[in-house]
Design a protein around this ligand. Sequence first.
Ligand SMILES: Cc1cc2nc3c(=O)[nH]c(=O)nc-3n(C[C@H](O)[C@H](O)[C@H](O)COP(=O)(O)OP(=O)(O)OC[C@H]3O[C@@H](n4cnc5c(N)ncnc54)[C@H](O)[C@@H]3O)c2cc1C
Length: 431
Amino acid sequence: MSNTQNIVILGGSFAGLSVAHYFLKHILPTLPKNNGTSYHVYLIDSSTHYYWRIAAPRALVGKDMIQQDKMFLPIADGFKQYDPSIFTFIQATATSMDTNARTVTIEHASNSESQSLPYHALVIATGTRTPSPLLSLQGDYKITQNALQEMWGKLSSAKTIVIAGGGPAGVETAGEIGEALNGVAGFFQSRPANPKAKITLLSGSNKLLPMLRPALAKQAEVYLNRVGVDVVHNAKMQSVDSAGAQTLIHLDNGSTLEADIYIPATGVKPNSAFVPANLKTDKGYVKTNGKTLRVDEAGPRVYAAGDVGSYTRGGVMDIYDAIPVVLTNIKRDLQHAATSGASSPSSNNNEKQPELAGNAPGSDRTYKANLKETQLVPVGRSKGVGAVFGWKLPTLMVYMIKGRNYMIDNAVTLQRGTKWEKENGWKPTDA
Ligand SMILES: Cc1cc2nc3c(=O)[nH]c(=O)nc-3n(C[C@H](O)[C@H](O)[C@H](O)COP(=O)(O)OP(=O)(O)OC[C@H]3O[C@@H](n4cnc5c(N)ncnc54)[C@H](O)[C@@H]3O)c2cc1C
């Protein structure tokens, strides 16, 4: 009798794509196929394309700044290399999950129909969203593409621009817009000679770039001034109104700014509306065991990967460190389940079956967060500030690593999984 076990991955971006490829390449082939057991990976995302949002600050200033066909990559195309009997991509949004029945409910984008999808193992990798669709996906990628197009049109005539948020997304966005509209200050000058637009960046605190040391934050501000951006500290956007074509930005210090364009870059919120409240922190992140990356309170074989998990400060480096840990623990748990007879409802059979096995006994692979000062922030097209593992990088290095093209050529390595061609091996003795 055939018994198909579903491995369900929610979210097909940096984390979800990594989990799916790593699983298909390195984990699935090692699993025992006792009594006709087989595995099928379902990758679910609200969008057909994944978005290299790292390059959003430059992409939003003009159509040709970053190649569009490298920014938005079709998820399904990256998985053509696998047998369709083991993998399915579904464009759908997870709307709820039931940890007792071990199912997730997804709403298909094609017809808005709901489907209850049973899981034997579940990885939650639904990431975070920014207030603006320019900087992250908010459903299908076309919403973001349309927002970018609208921005290109507006920037051509804008005279006043306000960007809220002193983190890397705000600084990068302000720097890119500043250089595109105002150019760069000449030698021995601190500001461009003929700025076309008044650009204001609201830092929200007393310094830019909270993850970097004050000297680097100050240097970023100098570079912003060189492209005609004014930084206003200690003022936060409280509310916005529209007044005709203008936006009124009311600040918490009682003043109001007027702008032709307002871009909120004020931090992210986790995409976790579908996750039961008991599995979330008070900020909405999925409560994740910081060592094993399991979601302990969700029952066996449920994991979180990427920015939606409570284990991380966010960022791609953390994801790359987490993937081998999550996948090693999935492998151990699935091998244990296969040899101790656990089963979950199969894709062909919606009846719940008894859950026999918990997580694998013995040593888990464990995650260790890198909390050292690590961040690269281009400011305009040739300058930038940054540090890696606590070491300050010169502006030229920031340009070469990130500022040149926002590492756009790496997008395809996640889409096709070439980033994970080799398994990052581990033995229990490494624990
Ligand atoms: C402007 C900007 C610049 C950045 N630059 C850098 C950088 O230079 N370096 C760095 O390390 N990090 C950077 N980051 C952070 C980096 O982008 C994130 O760490 C990374 O995107 C997290 O990946 P993820 O897979 O966890 O989630 P996300 O990339 O947030 O993706 C989540 C995916 O889940 C899907 N999804 C959401 N909800 C559902 C649902 N209910 N059902 C189905 N699918 C769903 C979404 O469509 C999306 O595809 C930047 C972030 C921003 C916003």
